[in-house]
Write a protein that binds this ligand. Structure first.
Ligand code: UTP
Length: 314
């Protein structure tokens, strides 16, 4: 059976605990975006008209997840406000009969979605941030989304074997069949492997492999492959024990990658080459690329922005 069958429409054949919770680590310092991130979280930077964190929340919601857990830190209050009711604004929009805008604001947090917040007292690394969510996650499989990796899946008409599903929705479908932790991966040029967690494994299907090695930010000469982990994970709750056991890793941080390396000793982990495009919005270049591409597709400004770019003299 082809992988696209799993991600499109084949019903799962094994009853598994469903993935109902997603963790959003948003407690990083965002140093690559200073000074913009001195007093505001990088996850609130807008791509065209929507903050990065909202794209990630919408992706999780589209995957059927309804409980969103934010791991926050100092200066992150605006994230909580964004997913809360804005009484004055909503009343004003209603009074002025701006109903489309009112809907836009109210739809940010659908009624059937719950948001919880837990603080990471210090930015000790992504693994530590995930560990901070342990009590809220409990003994269940869960998703982790890094909002600064913006994932867009817009299949083109000529795409072979594609899917309409968002990247996380593809992974949730796969989880229903595999029941293992799953890492979203993409190929990167060999000279860029030292920016990522890199996996190697045995190919199980087209786009799917069973991971047997994972290493954080290797030098190109030490990298076991060029398959880089992108900011989407489905993890079994055993990961918490494994993170707890580890010491600090690369850059003096408690790395999620090291926790996953420990997990490999007791459980299977799969790497999935998703359908879709990733923008590294934690970097200026990636953020600009996302802004230009999404602006070109935007129903309100797309056409005029395209003309502006065409008329530009370089
Ligand atoms: P990054 O390393 O990309 O984020 O972590 P950063 O540290 O905020 O950014 P730079 O490198 O200084 O520019 C990936 C994700 O993990 C979160 C970040 O908020 C980001 O979404 N994170 C990282 C935490 O929540 N806590 C941490 O201790 C570290």
């Amino acid at each position: 059976m082809a992988l696209s069958d799993f991600t499109n429409n084949v019903k799962p054949n094994i009853a598994r605990a469903p993935v109902t919770k997603a963790v959003f680590p948003v407690a990083g310092l965002g140093t690559r975006f200073l000074p913009a991130t001195k007093a505001q979280p990088k996850e609130m930077l807008p791509v065209v008209d929507k903050p990065l964190i909202q794209y990630a929340i919408e992706e999780a919601y589209s995957a059927g997840i309804r409980h969103m857990i934010f791991v926050t830190g100092r200066n992150k209050r605006s994230i909580e406000d964004h997913f809360d009711t804005a009484y004055e604004l909503e009343a004003e929009l209603e009074t002025n009969n701006k109903l489309a805008l009112l809907r836009l604001v109210q739809d940010i947090k659908p009624d059937d979605m719950d948001c919880s917040y837990v603080r990471q007292p210090r930015s000790l690394g992504l693994g530590h941030a995930v560990l901070c969510a342990e009590r809220m996650v409990g003994n269940e499989p869960f998703a982790v989304l890094l909002a600064d990796d913006l994932m867009i899946n817009k299949p083109s008409a000529d795409q072979v074997g594609g899917t309409q599903l968002s990247v996380l929705a593809q992974m949730v479908k796969l989880y229903e069949h595999l029941g293992t932790s799953i890492l979203a991966v993409q190929e990167v040029p060999m000279e860029m492997v030292s920016r990522y967690g890199i996996v190697a494994g045995e190919v199980a299907e087209d786009r799917l492999s069973r991971v047997n090695k994972i290493i954080e930010k290797p030098k190109p000469e030490n990298a076991p492959s060029n398959l880089a982990v992108a900011g989407r994970y489905i993890l079994t709750p055993e990961i918490f024990n494994q993170i707890r056991r580890q010491t600090t890793g690369v850059q003096g941080e408690i790395q999620l990658t090291d926790g996953i390396a420990n997990l490999l000793k007791t459980q299977h982990v799969h790497a999935y080459q998703y359908y879709g495009k990733r923008y590294d919005c934690g970097s200026k270049e990636g953020f600009l690329e996302a802004t230009v591409e999404l602006a070109l597709q935007h129903p309100e400004v797309g056409a005029t922005f395209r003309k502006f770019l065409q008329d530009m003299k370089f």
